[in-house]
Design a binder for this molecule. Structure first.
Ligand code: ADE
Ligand code: ZN
Length: 337
């Protein structure tokens, strides 16, 4: 059991969240409220019925339900309400800065204008006391041509998102499938990230780095299958946005005690802790930290390292980053090591 002092430290420490899919923050209650408001019929009879379906065997079994949940989002205000709810929850967990993924293709495919998607999410970020920026993610189960068309539609709003990501079904959809569109996004000056090595092999992490030229790897936990890659990640101080509760719910590891997060930290990899799809995986940021520290032999020094890693890996102006890192250090200075 986690001692009460360490639990309190984890709850109170300033955090950066770098891996959160905003559609994955839709709680069942909000899904049902939006379904009623928008006259959308769900294939679930009640909130409890929907929640009972959250028993996943792998990434795809989750994605099928996640895309069904997102079908209730139709209007700008829906995107605003979803994002405002997440940011309020993040603030309660002492998240000071969030970099939020959104999947425009999930919505444009249903006829929702991309302007309404971006405007609603962005407006909620502007209204929040939490610093928040946006990362537009391409769905990798769709074609590169579809990603190019989405980029074209999104470019009029380019001042509202800072980066480009790659998510959805990993196996069989390697990073190099998106080489040309990522090259174009780099030319346009966007920050680049990609999911790699969640379920897919370490080779996908390498091609995300070498072909897509990403600056962070989302998940990346399967790098440990390739010791040379782990050494490279450590040498290059390449951040991994690890999502512990997600990895358990999607059966990447059988239980938290089997998670490789401490091995990665010990190997010198810049690991961060994040929530991925908190409404589906049983927890927000503090839940992820507490579950990880309960299962693994981690202490105060690890907590400070993880909090610092989050801000160091953030796409923030240097002065803002240093201010947040100073906040972390001031917070930990009051605890005995
Ligand atoms: N989309 C939402 N959550 C995801 C995850 N964990 N992996 C890939 N795509 C996602
Ligand atoms: Zn993810």
């Amino acid at each position: 059991m986690l001692n009460t002092q360490l639990r309190g430290v984890l709850e109170g420490m300033p955090k950066a969240e770098l891996h959160i899919h905003i559609e994955g923050s839709l709680e069942p209650e909000l899904i049902f409220a939006l379904a009623a408001r928008n006259h959308v019929t769900l294939p679930y009879a009640s909130v409890d019925d929907l929640r009972a379906a959250y028993a996943f065997s792998d990434l795809q079994s989750f994605l099928d339900i996640y895309y069904a949940g997102a079908s209730v989002l139709l209007h700008e205000q829906d995107f605003y309400d979803m994002t405002a709810a997440y940011l309020q929850r993040a603030a309660a967990d002492n998240v000071r800065h969030a970099e939020i993924f959104f999947d425009p293709q999930t919505h444009t495919a249903r006829g929702v204008p991309i302007k309404d998607v971006i405007d609603g999410i962005y407006r909620a970020c502007q209204d929040s006391p939490v610093s928040a920026t946006l990362i537009l993610s391409f769905l990798r189960h769709l074609s590169e041509e579809d990603a190019f068309a989405t980029l074209e539609q999104a470019l009029p709003y380019r001042d509202k998102y800072i980066g480009i990501g790659l998510d959805s079904s990993e196996r069989g959809n390697p990073p190099e499938k998106f080489a040309r569109v990522f090259a174009r996004c780099k030319e346009l000056g966007f920050r680049l990230v990609a999911h790699a090595g969640e379920e897919g092999p370490p080779a996908y992490i390498e091609t995300a780095l070498d072909v897509l030229k990403v600056e962070r790897i989302d998940h990346g936990v399967r790098c440990l299958d390739d010791p040379a890659l782990v050494q490279r990640l450590a040498r290059e101080q390449m951040a991994l946005t690890v999502c512990p509760l997600s990895n358990i719910k999607l059966c990447v590891f059988s239980e938290m005690a089997q998670h490789n997060l401490l091995q990665l930290l010990d190997a010198g990899v810049k690991v961060t802790i994040n929530s991925d799809d908190p409404a589906y995986f049983g927890g927000y940021m503090n839940d992820n930290f507490i579950a990880t520290f309960e299962a693994l032999p981690l202490g105060l020094a690890h907590a400070q390292r993880l909090a610092r890693n989050g801000f160091e890996a953030a796409f923030l102006p240097e002065a803002h980053k240093q201010q947040l890192l100073a906040e972390v250090d001031a917070y930990f200075a009051s605890f005995a090591f």
